[in-house]
Design a protein around this ligand. Structure first.
Ligand SMILES: Nc1ncnc2c1ncn2[C@@H]1O[C@H](COP(=O)(O)OP(=O)(O)OP(=O)(O)O)[C@@H](O)[C@H]1O
Ligand SMILES: [Mg+2]
Length: 344
């Protein structure tokens, strides 16, 4: 029967969810958001792109739910709804009774209980035979690194909710750390900076725009760019407008950048010397949407004296890495027997 559902891979990210269908490639890349009726969260109004469109306009009757926090599922029911919607959209309703095999990534070192929650959410959403993969392994493959060779590769995946840093060699993680710092903490840092220094409250979208257009991980010497930021006066609640400079935007995001630096150092300090030599030679590879923060590559490179390189299509690397695994049955079989899948 030609009805066997295709294998799929899912990157259920804090900010964005991507789905890859075997032999097709990436078919879905949408925000990890569900909009529900405020009176009953089981009444789902929109998911993904459609939910993001509604977001700015949510009235009191509607509520936006972000089911993933810091890289892990925090709202099980909503995560399952989102997964079900994306799985159906990716492979079509024909396959409802013919469940797909699903590869999904999790942050490095995620506790066994949280891994089980991910597996259960996928099964609830209509997946069969769930295989978990460590996010930095997928990111390193997606960045085009020779992860199956006996050399050390270093990847730093700066996503929306987590930064996963790892040394990858011979198909496995040698040292890894996942911290709850990423693009969303950078947005929060901009919001907090304006609260503290201008007595003004801005929305997350404004903070995100400031981060992407103006903020930089390195001191913006000679950069006189500035922008007008609009928000609400914390005291009077009136709309107000302040000028925000590149130097202020840099100050705002410095703390999360330093937390990322500390994690990169932590991993490097625990790297076996023979692999360190490879990393000195081949550099540190940055993936994930927030690795595109202006100057983050230069900050890491200059502080450590090791070249830091932004991967091609950084936001898609984990998905492309999982896609590669999906297309290579031998690698997938090895993964299914890896230690992270033993307790399923
Ligand atoms: N040009 C840019 N500069 C800075 N940040 C950016 C840029 N483009 C995207 N981002 C940020 O990247 C983040 C999303 O990245 P990504 O899609 O890799 O996260 P995710 O996979 O959903 O999260 P996680 O892997 O942490 O669970 C957002 O915080 C977004 O603001
Ligand atoms: Mg990610």
């Amino acid at each position: 029967m030609g009805f066997r559902a295709p294998d799929i891979a899912i990157d259920l990210g804090t900010t964005n969810t991507l789905v890859y269908v075997k032999r097709k490639g990436i078919v879905i890349s949408e925000p990890t958001i569900v909009v529900v009726e405020a009176r009953d969260k089981h009444l789902v109004r929109a998911v993904g792109d459609e939910a993001a469109l509604l977001l700015g306009r949510t009235t009191e009757a509607l509520q936006a739910i972000l089911p993933i926090r810091d890289g892990a599922i925090q709202d099980f029911d909503t995560a399952a709804v989102l997964l079900k919607y994306f799985i159906r959209k990716a492979i079509g309703v024909n396959h409802l009774f013919n469940k797909p095999r699903v590869l999904i990534c999790v942050p490095a070192g995620l506790p066994a209980v949280a891994r089980k929650v991910v597996t259960e959410a996928v099964v609830n959403a209509g997946g069969k035979h769930v295989i978990l993969v460590e996010k930095p392994l997928a990111a390193a493959i997606g960045a085009g690194l020779p992860v199956y060779e006996p050399v050390g590769n270093m990847v730093v995946d700066v996503g929306g909710g987590t930064t996963d840093t790892a040394i990858v060699s011979m198909g496995g993680l040698v040292v890894a750390q996942s911290i709850h710092v990423g693009g969303e903490k950078m947005n929060d840092a901009v919001v907090n900076y304006l609260k503290k220094n201008s007595g003004m409250l801005i929305g997350d979208r404004t903070a995100e725009a400031v981060k992407i257009d103006l903020a930089s991980a390195i001191a913006p010497e000679g950069d006189n760019r500035r922008t007008h930021v609009r928000g609400r006066d914390l005291l009077s609640a009136r709309v107000m407008d302040v000028e925000f400079t590149a130097a202020q935007a840099h100050d705002a995001v410095l703390e999360p950048c330093m937390a990322i630096m500390a994690s990169v150092r932590w991993v490097l300090e625990r790297t076996p010397p023979e692999l360190s030599a490879d990393i000195m030679r081949n550099g540190i590879h940055l993936t994930g949407g927030a690795s595109q923060l202006f100057g983050l590559d230069r900050l890491i490179g200059s502080q450590l004296g090791i070249p830091a390189v932004l991967a091609k299509e950084p936001q898609d690397c984990t998905m492309l890495g999982m896609g590669y695994l999906l297309e290579n049955p031998d690698l997938l079989a090895d993964l299914a027997h890896s230690s992270i899948n033993e307790n399923l």
